[in-house]
Design a protein. Sequence first.
Length: 144
Amino acid sequence: MILGYIEGTPVAKTGDLMHEASMQLSNVLRSLPVLCFAIAMHGQATDPKPDQQPRRLQLDDFSTIVHVADPQISPDGKSIVCVVGRPNLKDDRFDSSLALIDIASGAQRPLTHERRNVASPRWSPSGDRIAFLAQAPTAATHRR
């Protein structure tokens, strides 16, 4: 019994089909963290003038460091959703949010605000929804 075809080759077991699809997807996703990081940092870095020494990293610079993780390509291939973490020096933690990035233009749009521990975004098969994990709000955050 043939369950499907991958690049013209018949696949007989669901495991084979899933493994091959997983391998192809992992090859594509391998370069996405670099892409997402580059998009997140676009316009934030400045080159020193030729007559100036590069500036040393200062404590205040840590507030500008952005961590990009778990990029997911939309089913239509036009967008990427990823987790963006920024340091919260006041509360000594990283605050994470979801960002939607348009692949063609590089434009970013934040999808979450003031949610704790946002992680694991996943597209619905139709691409019209995104599921993700987040810490449930506490009573203190609900009263704001």
